[in-house]
Structures are given as C-alpha cells and as structure tokens.
Design a binder for this molecule. Structure first.
Ligand SMILES: Cc1ncc(COP(=O)(O)O)c(C=O)c1O
Length: 365
C-alpha cells in the first residue's frame, strides 16, 4: 500500500491504554483507574457536564446541519475572549485547527518551526501536508533562546508554533519574550494557549497588535469537554477568512457548539473549578517534592512534569508500576531534554493520595 510520503516519517501519536481496557486487564472497575495521562479536567463533576449537554440537546435539531456561519457560538466566544466575532473560528478541538493551519499555509517543502520539547501534533500535522518540521530546543530551564530561534528561521519557514503554557514542560513564556518573537518574524506565529486558563495571564488579545498571530484555545482542559471536541482559533479577519475556506464545512457538531454556549453561560462555576485545580496543583507539587528520587518542575498548567532521578530506575518502569496499580501517567522520556520524565495530570485530593503512595513504592522511597 503506497501511503503519502509524509506519513512514513511519522511515528504514530499513541496515547496510553484506555481506561476501560486497563480496568479489564487488572480486574478493576473503570472508575477505579486514575486517568492522569491526558490532562483532562478531573474536577468538573461528570453529572454536571452531562446536564449541560442535555440542556444543549434541547436547543438543537440534530437532523439539521449546524449554522454554516456558526454565528451564535462565535458571538458568545468573542465576548468571552474580548475580541470581535470576525476574529473567531471554531474547530473540532484545537487539533482540528492545527490541521487547518497546515492545510491553509503549508505547501510541499515548507517549513514549520517548533520549540521543543513541545506538543507533537504541530510537527505531525505539518508533515502530513508535505511540510518539514525544524525543531529548535528550549533552554535547559525550558525558556526560549530568542536569538537562537531567530537564527534558525528562514524564508521557507511558514509557521512558528509557541505553546504557552507549554505541554509537557508546564512553564508559561513571558509577554516580552512572545512579543519579541512575533515582532521579529515574517511567518505566521501560532500561540497555543490550550492551558492558559490555569496560568496567570493570557496573550490572546495580542491578535489586535500583530497581523501574523493566531491564538489557539480549547474547551478540552479548562471547560472539561475533551470528549465533545471543541477548540477555538482567534486571529485577524483575513486569517480567519482564509482558514474558513480551508476547513470542512460544518466541522463542529451543533451539539458541541450549543454545549460550548451553555458552558460559557456557566463560566462562574467553571472559574471556581479552575481555581480549585490551581490550588490542588500546588498541593500535588508539595507532595511530589517530598518524594525522594524525583525532580519536580513548577507548572502553570493542569499537569506537572517530574524527572526520575533515582539511580537505576527508569521513568518507564515507574509508569508501568503505576499502571499495574491502575494509575495512568504519560512517559515523555522520548522527547528532547526530557530523559526520564513523566507528566502527571493534576487531580482531586483523593486521587493525589493514591498517586503519591504508588509513586513512593515505585521509587522504593
Ligand atoms: C498544547 C496542546 N494544544 C492542543 C491540544 C489539543 O486540544 P484539543 O483537545 O482541543 O484538540 C492539546 C491537547 O492535549 C495540547 O496539549
């Protein structure tokens, strides 16, 4: 079978084993498996979200296609993010918008630049569309070496991705750094703010100051509907219009759109949950710091990166040991600068207890 050339260079983006499958393997109930591997929102009650979906269902007629202009939801999003309606584009998750960026801006041989270690979908998507991905390393402390980055950019660079807070390192880049970069490059800059609800500031409004900026947001993290798939791109009208031409018509289901609307109407509740996640992140951080043999990195996201320092113990061994106890975490050791690193989603306190005692056992501390 002759697949596209771009595909042959791509390692499959594989998540961990599913919760259901692991539960079956271990003879546990699905709800006993702790999903700390995908940075989902574990604080919003499932029933509360289901109720919002039921409300949304009452407002839509699933026999009909969604509004081709997505007017109602774009208006509400514009208000929420403090931008104009024409500056908002929606997608089936931020992933679909990343793919849309490749579809609209990457031609065969074009280059994208990523600041690594970072979210792998940027490179995968560009390569699928015939592009090349140049990786510029972050510094050891995960900050951006702007001079080095600018040196690596060339006339074939079409898109630069900056993830902030960065997945999987958890740090947020400063406003001055981001502005210095955007102001000094000619290409499109994508600022991925998937985790910004958990950080101190968002730079989304910079779309009003620069004509080459696209900001990505998602409802999978702060808003808690990863399974429904809903993401947002914010940019100037020209870029939004280009991308609307490149995306599938009716790309987001009307149920996802109306659930997003309902969630925006309940922002107060969600903001409380986000604060709870931020508080619990600090609790988890403290507890992880107490464990011997781990280096713990601070985080502005809903996950924490840790490095296994205990001699003779590999992150993959720790991951496997946790998995046997029904706890899923993500091994990020294959990424540059992240040898022996695991990424762990911030979770409610009863899960934190189980996690930390399993970690101590795995590390023999
Ligand atoms: C940095 C980053 N961007 C984008 C996404 C994709 O988000 P979505 O679920 O909206 O497709 C993720 C998902 O984990 C992510 O970590």
């Amino acid at each position: 079978m002759r697949a596209k050339k771009g595909l042959t260079k791509i390692k499959p983006y594989r998540g961990e084993v599913s919760r259901r499958e692991l539960a079956q393997r271990l003879g546990l109930r699905e709800e006993d498996i702790l999903p700390l591997h995908a940075n989902e929102n574990l604080f919003i009650e499932k029933e509360w979200i289901k109720e919002r979906i039921r409300e949304a269902l009452e407002k839509v007629d699933p026999r009909m296609y969604p509004d081709p202009q997505d007017v109602v939801v774009r208006r509400a999003l514009a208000q929420h993010y403090g931008v104009n309606e024409e500056e908002v584009l929606i997608g089936s998750g931020a992933d679909e918008l990343i793919d849309g960026i490749s579809r609209c801006f990457i031609e065969s041989g074009d280059q994208i630049v990523t600041l690594d270690p970072t979210f792998q979908v940027y490179g995968i998507s560009a390569m699928l569309h015939g592009g090349r991905c140049k990786s510029v390393l972050l510094r050891e402390d995960f900050s951006v070496d702007v001079a080095r980055l600018l040196r690596e950019m060339d006339e074939t660079t079409k898109v630069l991705y900056i993830c902030s807070p960065n997945n999987p390192t958890g740090n947020q880049h400063g406003r001055d750094v981001i502005e210095e970069i955007i102001g000094n490059v000619d290409c499109i800059v994508v600022l991925d703010e998937a985790y910004v609800e958990f950080a101190d500031y968002s730079l989304s409004k910079l779309i009003h100051d620069y004509d080459n900026l696209i900001v990505l947001r998602t409802f999978s993290k702060g808003f808690g509907i990863a399974g429904l798939r809903f993401g947002v791109a914010l940019s100037n009208q020209e870029i939004v219009d280009i991308m609307r031409r490149g995306l599938q018509p009716y790309n987001v289901s009307n149920i996802a759109q109306y659930t997003a609307l309902t969630l925006l109407e309940n922002w107060g509740y969600l903001a409380e949950k986000i604060n709870e996640i931020k508080r619990q992140r600090e609790v988890l951080l403290e507890k992880l710091l107490e464990i011997e043999g781990l280096k713990v990195y601070p985080s502005k996201a809903n996950f924490i990166l840790v490095r296994v320092l205990k001699r003779g113990v590999r992150a993959e061994d720790v991951q496997r040991s946790l998995m046997m106890k029904g706890i899923l975490v993500r091994d990020r050791s294959n990424l540059p600068l992240l040898d022996n690193c695991l990424r762990i989603t911030v979770c409610p306190s009863y899960m934190t207890e189980r996690l930390t005692s399993a970690l101590k056992e795995a590390l023999g501390s």
